[in-house]
Ligand binder design. Structure first.
Ligand SMILES: [Zn+2]
Length: 259
């Protein structure tokens, strides 16, 4: 009898161990949300590549943005042709920038490829620097081709006269993180552009995680003026939302010298 109880005990223990170690049907794991990131501290730009495997390119990429623009090769390039139309100010604050999702139908043509405007947003201070010089802010007009390639037109923003073209954006900046909302006004990105539309060009990346490469950068050589109050409104929303400049490595950097 004692032996039988002992045996039953053994079987019970063995089945408990097998149960714990054997195959189990796991509840489906939720797809991990992208890791939170910031512009300073432990989740800041220096650590972006390490805080999430999806952001690895931020740390290992050799074609990253922004860069310091200096000593570009001068070239006679085909101008960008702008086909911008007014859009509703569909504006959001994603916790990193304020962004206007642009209405469909506006685009640029670059070397025979059409890139449609998707959105514009800003960074303050500027992300690109010019011969080491930082600007008060930088506007990024993000475009996408039919096959998913990105081209970003960058505008360096300097203090000067008030710029009415930016008023519908700056007057509707969402102070807190918020989903896109129609502000009920229109804006025309065509009016953001400087009179001379020559650009610095290089191949780079998104300047925020996941820092994906293969982005055609087109930074206007002529800065655009905004008033101190307008720049103050941009600067006041975040405590610096610019990624530091990255190594150019062996990438060509060219300046289109023919308006
Ligand atoms: Zn940007």
């Amino acid at each position: 009898m004692k032996n039988k109880i002992f045996l039953l005990g053994l079987i019970l223990i063995a089945s408990l161990i097998l149960g714990a170690c054997g195959p189990k049907i796991e509840a489906p794991q939720p797809v991990a949300a992208p890791a939170h990131w910031t512009y300073e501290g432990e989740e800041g730009p220096g650590n972006w590549g390490a805080i999430d495997p999806a952001y690895a390119t931020c740390g290992t990429g050799k074609s990253q943005s922004p860069i310091d623009i200096s000593a570009p090769g001068e070239k006679d390039l085909t101008n960008i042709s702008f086909h911008y139309q007014p859009s509703e100010v569909n504006i959001l604050n994603n916790g990193h920038t304020a962004q206007v999702n642009y209405d469909a139908g506006s685009y640029i043509e670059l070397d025979g490829v059409r890139y449609d405007v998707a959105q514009f947003h800003y960074h303050a201070p500027s992300e690109h620097t010019l011969n080491g010089k930082s600007f008060a802010a930088e506007l990024h007009i993000v475009h996408k081709s039919a096959d998913g390639k990105l081209a970003v037109v960058g505008l360096l923003l300097n203090e000067g006269a008030e710029n009415a073209a930016f008023a519908p954006f700056i007057n509707n900046l969402p102070a807190e993180k918020a989903d896109a909302k129609d502000a009920g006004v229109k804006i025309n990105a065509a009016d953001f552009l400087p009179a001379v539309q020559t650009t610095f060009r290089y191949s780079g990346s998104l300047t925020t995680p996941p820092c994906s490469e293969g982005v055609s950068w087109l930074v206007m050589t002529t800065p655009v003026e905004l008033s101190a109050a307008q720049l103050g409104a941009l600067e006041g929303l975040f405590e610096g939302n610019n990624r530091p400049v990255q190594a150019l490595n062996d990438r060509p950097l060219v300046e289109d010298i023919t308006p």
